[in-house]
Design a protein around this ligand. Structure first.
Ligand code: 5GP
Ligand code: ZN
Length: 112
């Protein structure tokens, strides 16, 4: 989609620190990391947010990819947090669905 920063990363038009790529999903480091480990997993097709998601296999792949990358990077055993923000109240700032994976430190609850 035009004017979507994550679609531009998928196309290679803007650089991303890519951790994993396959036919359907891409994982890359968050440019503004909120934890020692912070990456995003996105589908390669433009879907705006969780309200628009209907492909169960694709949504499952986002989560399984996050776990696999966390294992590869060595912080899965200690633990991590997966977050998907949706729209205004969820705090979503980029309208291309993405799963955050945050790790490498103790997380707190409740979230802000
Ligand atoms: P949201 O707030 O929508 O849940 O998360 C969007 C995330 O995308 C933020 O954590 C932000 O730091 C990250 N982000 C925004 N623009 C870019 C970019 O150009 N490159 C990368 N790697 N991450 C970005
Ligand atoms: Zn997009």
């Amino acid at each position: 989609m035009e004017n979507c920063i994550f679609c531009s990363i998928i196309k290679g038009d803007i650089p991303g620190d890519i951790l994993y790529s396959d036919d359907r999903v891409l994982a890359f480091k968050d440019v503004n990391a909120q934890a020692p480990e912070h990456f995003l997993v996105i589908p390669k097709e433009h879907i705006a947010n969780a309200n628009d998601a209907s492909d169960e296999a694709l949504m499952g792949r986002l989560s399984i990819t996050a776990a696999n990358v966390a294992k590869e990077r060595g912080f899965a055993e200690k633990g991590y947090r997966l977050v998907m923000n949706c729209n205004e109240y969820g705090g979503q700032t980029v309208s291309h669905i993405h799963l955050h994976c945050l790790g490498g430190r103790q997380m707190t609850w409740p979230p802000g």
